[in-house]
Design a protein around this ligand. Structure first.
Ligand code: FMN
Length: 229
């Protein structure tokens, strides 16, 4: 067995200023506010959560609900790192939240960035070409043509600006986010399945100089009537 030692993260004595990645953007799609209807009790959701590999099509309102509860930014405040820190449903080392979500919906070649502060989707015009191989790769792992693909795209420089040897924090942030998303999907009655593939080598082609790196994928859809474990 080969265990890759990612080092022992430690806050730097002097934080480094980080310049955020500048996205090349296209259309913007505002998402509706999440529904605040009756929700199942947390402990029931914890008991019931299951990975589902059967996906029906997801409406925009359901997608918006999912992002609203699992991913949106709840509070922001200034920092000396060159970007704002945030509070969201998922914990993140240093409140840095270095994982972006880039999504592809069935029947649409475009990929969209979820913007957690504005609760909106931003089209990434160059991504459809750069990530088409990733879609095919994902379907080799789990063929789910009706599922929405969620790419976890890390911007490690955010975390590294505060922590030396911070690589493992990125992976742990990804896991924390995955757990919250799985519970949110269960609570909303949606199908959710993480994928073990990272999204590489396609994901990092979205930025020059490896400013972005793929750290996982997940599939999301409505609960299919034929869903089974
Ligand atoms: C990091 C991670 C990667 C996973 N990768 C895959 C995958 O590639 N394909 C798949 O069908 N399920 C994948 N799963 C789902 C697991 O197989 C699933 O969680 C496991 O079978 C336990 O089932 P449960 O989630 O219903 O408890 C993954 C789960 C995690 C947390």
């Amino acid at each position: 067995m080969t265990w890759i030692d990612l080092g022992n993260p430690f806050p730097r004595e002097e934080w480094e200023q980080y310049d955020l990645f500048q996205w090349e953007t296209g259309q913007v799609q505002r998402l509706p506010v999440g529904s605040l209807g009756a929700s199942p009790a947390l402990f029931d959701v914890l008991q019931q959560r299951r990975t589902s590999r059967q996906f029906g099509p997801l409406g925009d309102a359901e997608l918006a609900d999912f992002f609203w509860h699992a991913c949106r930014s709840l509070e922001t405040w200034p920092s000396d790192l060159g970007f704002e820190l945030e509070h969201r449903s998922a914990p993140s080392a240093g409140a840095i939240h270095p994982i972006h979500l880039v999504i592809n919906r069935p029947g649409d070649a475009r990929w969209w960035l979820y913007e957690p502060r504005g609760h909106l989707l931003i089209e990434l015009p160059s991504a459809s070409g750069l990530l088409s191989g990733l879609l095919a790769h994902s379907r080799e792992v789990l063929d789910a043509p009706e599922a929405t693909e969620l790419l976890f795209l890390a911007e490690p420089g955010k975390t590294m600006s505060k922590y030396a040897d911070g690589c493992s924090l990125i992976w742990r942030d990804t896991g924390a986010l995955l757990g919250v998303m799985a519970l949110a999907a269960q609570g909303l009655g949606l199908s959710f399945c993480p994928l073990g593939i990272t999204g590489e080598p396609w994901a990092s082609s979205l930025a020059k100089q490896r400013q972005l790196v793929g750290v996982g994928l997940a599939l999301l859809g409505s609960a299919s009537p034929t869903a089974s474990r």
